[in-house]
Design a protein around this ligand. Structure first.
Ligand code: NAD
Ligand code: UD1
Length: 336
């Protein structure tokens, strides 16, 4: 199939390009490089042995998107492009709504005008808020999102569901990612955060390499086995593979499919730190800090629906996740 990959130069997009090309798909990338670097695409070309056509186009740019869609006939779009920093979204809500919602509305409109109505959308576990059911199934009601980033994911899900109700030609897969970490085992592509990382794993790797003094563990008084927050960490290559499975489903079935993409295992912050130290043989100094505003105690999923309907399940375990995160950081101390 020929796939339009928006946000393909980013963390999850670059890993998904590798999986898609390995599965025999043709890919074309649209990215405005606002949070990424051309080098990721050069590395993808190196890993796949294929040049990946790239357009430096913003998804809010209707003319630019039209040019891309006129030059290629796409079977489907995998839509990663968006802003994703939770804290920044609280400071700049307009920018988040305009980029994520405005951009996606333009993309959907251009797609339908070109007769391409198959889309896989990057949603997030954040739509469950403080989850009512653990492990979280897709039936778990959506919760209150405490930040504009989360709101954009939740609203975009609703928008796409309404569009599909009105036009049955749309085939839409909403993938609710849990906590992606790790990197391609080659160490050539990985996560490349700007500035001080917000997320746990890039913070750990930057402490391990000596860029940051110590990790702050945000709270040890949660109702969890060791008091620190529990999450469903998933290897980014497993996450990438889920998109290949979702593509098979999108041509088989019609309608809306919503899937949790996680491993189903919950690990605490201290589980992660200890596994990282043990597997990689490097030290990660840490100290306990107050809870971070907006955090929840426990978040992990039941991924059974994705296995039953998409034929997908995670294969990488905790050791591979911490190994590959470190391998990427060690080989690319300053990112790309
Ligand atoms: P990323 O920032 O590495 O990748 C997003 C890409 O989109 C970047 O290359 C950026 O330059 C591009 N982009 C942003 N706005 C754009 C626009 N208007 N036009 C064109 N390109 C634009 O992020 P990621 O971690 O790879 O995340 C990919 C998607 O998955 C995002 O939608 C994100 O919200 C979602 N998601 C990520 C996580 C996570 O923990 N990483 C969790 C859940 C959901
Ligand atoms: C965060 C976002 C969520 C987003 C997800 C994936 C918030 C409130 N939520 O989720 O919307 O979908 O990333 O991108 O930001 N931790 C520390 N020290 C650190 C960093 C994190 O102890 O320096 C802890 C956190 O308290 C949490 C766990 O590590 O218990 C994971 O944190 P993080 O990687 O930021 O992901 P989430 O909070 O799950």
């Amino acid at each position: 199939m020929k796939i339009l990959v928006t946000g393909g130069a980013g963390f999850i997009g670059s890993h998904t390009l590798v999986e898609l090309n390995a599965a025999g798909h043709d890919t074309v990338v649209v990215d405005n490089l606002s949070n990424s670097n051309r080098k990721s695409l050069e590395r993808v070309a190196e890993l796949t042995g294929k040049e990946i056509p790239f357009y430096e186009v913003d998804i809010r740019d209707r003319k630019g998107l039209n040019r891309v869609m006129e030059a290629h006939h796409f079977d489907a779009c995998i839509h990663f492009a968006g802003l994703k920093a939770v804290g920044e979204s609280v400071e700049k809500p307009w920018e988040y709504y305009e980029n994520n919602i405005g951009g996606t509305l333009t993309l959907l409109d251009v797609m339908r005008h070109h007769g391409c109505k198959n889309i896989i959308f990057s949603s997030s576990a954040t739509v469950y808020g403080d989850p009512a059911i653990i492990p979280i199934t897709e039936e778990c009601p959506k919760g209150h999102c405490t930040n504009p980033y989360g709101q954009t994911k939740s609203m975009l899900e609703e928008i796409m569901m309404d569009m599909q109700k009105a036009d049955k030609e749309w085939n839409i897969v909403l993938l609710r990612y849990f906590n992606p970490i790790g990197a391609h085992p080659s160490g050539r592509i990985g996560e490349n955060p700007n500035g001080i990382p917000n997320n746990l794993m890039p913070y750990i790797t930057q402490v391990a390499i000596g860029k940051r003094k110590e990790l702050g563990v945000f709270g040890n008084d949660y109702p969890t086995p060791d008091g620190t927050g529990v999450r469903d960490y998933i290897h980014v290559c497993d996450l990438a593979a889920a998109h290949v499975c979702a593509l098979k489903a999108i041509i088989r079935q019609s309608g809306i499919g919503i899937y949790n993409i996680g491993t189903g295992h919950g690990y605490s912050v201290l589980d992660m730190v200890k596994a990282f130290i043990r597997v990689n043989g490097v030290d990660v100094p840490y100290s306990i800090k107050p809870r971070r505003a907006g955090d929840i105690a426990t978040c992990y999923c039941n991924p059974a629906k994705a296995k039953a309907e998409l034929g997908w399940e995670a294969i990488y375990g905790l050791e591979e996740m911490v190994r590959d995160s470190w391998n990427w950081q060690k080989n690319n101390p300053n990112g790309y």
